[in-house]
Every structure is written in C-alpha cells, then in structure tokens.
Design a protein around this ligand. Structure first.
Ligand code: SF4
Length: 261
C-alpha cells in the first residue's frame, strides 16, 4: 500500500477542511464565467502567497497534475479531483481521469466540472457533455457534478433532464435580471433534489470570531457530492453567512423551498 509521503510526492495534497486527499490543477485550466471573480480560490490567492504561487499557470498545481498517476489513489476511500482548476477541460483530460477511476474501482472520485460550458457559461458544450457522460460519468465510482453559478443557473433544467448532479454556489456577481437571487435555481422545478451542504451551511463562530464550517465533513458526507443518485448540492456563501446567523438563514432557506416550491 502506498504511504502518505508517496501520495504527496505523486501530486496529491491533503486537505483538512475536506478531510481527504485532493489533486489540484493550475488556474489556466479553468473554463471561466463572470462569477469566477468571486471564487474562493481567487480570495485565497489574495490572502496567501503560497496558494497564488501554486495556482499560477505552470506552478505547483500544474506540476502535481502532470505527475499524477493511478497509483497515487490506490487504497483511498474518497478523493477530490480539482479542488481548484478544471479536471475535464479536454477529451484527453477526460481519458486520463477515466483511467484513474477505472484503475481504482474501490475509490470514490469526486469531480466537479465547468468544462461543459462555453461562451463564459452562456451555452452548453453538448459534444463534451456527451463525451463525459459516456466515458466517465457512467462509471460506478465516479461522482461528476456540474458546477453551477448565477451565470450558468439557466442550464439547470437541461442538466436535470440529462441526469447530471449539480453543485450550486451563488456568487456576488449575477447577470442583469437574475431571477433566483437568494435561493436555488432548482427551486419549484420538477426533479429538484436540493441538499444543503453541511460544510458551508452548518457554520459556527470559532474562538477567533471567524465563521467556519465543520472540518473534514466531506469525508463522511452521505447525501451530498458523493450521493450515487442525482443531487443538487447547494453551497452557502461563508462571507454572507458571517453577517447573519447561518442557522437562521438555513431554516429560512428551507422554509422558502417548502412554501414556495
Ligand atoms: S455536500 Fe458534502 S461532500 Fe459536498 S462539499 Fe458539502 S460536505 Fe462536502
């Protein structure tokens, strides 16, 4: 069995926040929408020089991505692919991830993606979607989720129809006339299966006054991103929660889904 040091040498990093290893990729790989300006990676890059250095194209994240192989995932129960960066940008990327997933049938691979969008989120790249569906999403240990934000929220009905799970985050940036402000784009729609993400909704004030989520909750999360059937994961904005009571906000959001659905 491969040890922790070899996993790190092989390109993985361990995240205490997620409670698992993940494999990152540099910022040049992202397929961006205007919501990306509010991405937690950008905020983290402003706060930490090391993250900025790692995420800069050609930096540590890209080096780690290049050297990863099936062996580094051996024996892991769960792993996140691309906590930052885009894992499935090209067909060759998809093929590479498929090989890792097939070579490790007992490992659950969590793979959020924006590679299915084009024109800054306005349109879906149907051909790439089909390629991912056929080769990767069909594998029993792959958990592929479409990353949703206010600039891609209009794709939810099509994603649901094609049985894609989604991960929604409401950025501060929204298109003009955005109609889902403060709620989830699947609200009231047939087929919606909204899951409040524990890590971002069950927040509390730490001793230093900062609002934090439960550490490591992704390692044991049951009905969120690792759910076998289709799911709509709703990620809460930490910064906004800091100004309010996170618990009260959650109850309010749940009531709003119940009463107005
Ligand atoms: S839904 Fe679960 S696995 Fe997904 S981010 Fe939230 S805690 Fe982690």
């Amino acid at each position: 069995m491969i040890n922790k040091i070899d996993r790190l040498r092989g390109g993985l990093v361990y995240s205490k926040a997620l409670g698992m290893f993940n494999l990152n990729r540099g910022g040049g790989s992202c397929r961006r929408t205007p919501a990306c300006a509010d991405c937690y990676v950008n905020r983290s890059c402003q706060a930490y020089k090391l993250t900025k250095k790692a995420w800069t194209p050609g930096g540590t994240d890209d080096k780690n991505w290049s050297k990863a192989s099936s062996e580094v995932f051996e024996g892991l129960g769960r792993v996140r692919i691309a906590s930052r960066g885009e894992a499935l940008r090209t067909k060759a990327d998809v093929d590479r991830v498929v090989a890792w997933v097939k070579d490790n049938p007992d490992t659950l691979f969590w793979i959020p993606t924006r590679a299915i969008y084009k024109n800054r989120g306005k349109d879906l790249d149907q051909g790439h979607m089909e390629y991912i569906e056929y080769h990767l999403a069909s594998l029993p240990n792959a958990r592929v989720l479409a990353s949703l934000d206010p600039f891609t929220a209009h794709h939810w009905p099509m994603l649901e129809k094609r049985m894609w799970s989604t991960m929604f985050y409401e950025s501060k940036n929204m298109p003009k006339g955005y109609k889902f402000k403060g709620t989830h784009p699947a609200k009231g729609q047939d087929g919606a299966k909204i899951h409040f993400c524990t890590k971002t909704w069950d927040l509390y004030f730490a001793d230093n006054g900062r609002v934090v989520g439960p550490k490591g909750s992704c390692a044991t999360c049951e009905n969120g991103c690792f759910e076998l059937s289709r799911v709509d994961v709703w990620l809460r904005n930490h910064a906004r929660a800091a100004k309010n009571s996170a618990v009260t906000d959650k109850i309010r959001a749940m009531e709003s889904l119940d009463t107005e659905a």
